[in-house]
Design a protein around this ligand. Structure first.
Ligand SMILES: [Zn+2]
Length: 158
């Protein structure tokens, strides 16, 4: 059954700390997560690709840490949303203009997982954090991903 990012966070990330660790969450969900330095692309989700026949996420460890985190969260989205076998994800798949609905959904899932709405609201409204760079570093995401999420939530921070 498909799970939203919110479902996944409440089931597997209950200590409420930042940054959210998508690799830890995936492992808790029974997914094997492997760094694949020779991967042609950023990441790949294979529902039965692991040695034990279970789900496998591979990611490219040569990319930046924030990209690796987004990649794992995106691949986790393919799993949680029951997308079935997918092609490898190229960097283009992580841009919000990509039109494949499953890619769009996986990106949205990743944004919601790494930058949960309640945390964004609390940091801005309760703790008064108003700088894009500071928010991006607290969530350990790229500034571009943070900017997009803030816009999505109706904040004018850029
Ligand atoms: Zn994808």
């Amino acid at each position: 059954m498909p799970m939203s990012a919110k479902d996944v966070l409440s089931a597997y990330w209950d200590d409420g700390s930042l940054p959210v660790d998508p690799g830890y969450i995936a492992t808790q969900m029974g997914i094997s997560v492997l760094a694949a330095p020779n991967l042609d692309g950023s990441g790949h989700y294979e529902p039965t690709g692991a040695k034990n026949g279970g789900p496998l996420i591979t990611y490219n460890p040569k990319e930046s840490i924030v990209r690796q985190r987004f990649t794992i969260a995106h691949e986790l989205g393919h799993h949680a949303l029951s997308h079935g076998p997918r092609d490898r994800d190229t960097p283009e798949n992580f841009t919000m203009i990509f039109s494949d609905p499953k890619e769009v959904a996986a990106n949205k899932f990743a944004a919601h997982l790494l930058m949960p709405k309640d945390f964004v609201h609390a940091l801005i409204q309760v703790r008064g954090v108003r700088e894009l760079e500071k928010l991006a570093s607290l969530f350990k995401v790229s500034k571009a991903a943070m900017r997009y999420r803030l816009k999505d939530l109706g904040y004018g921070i850029r």
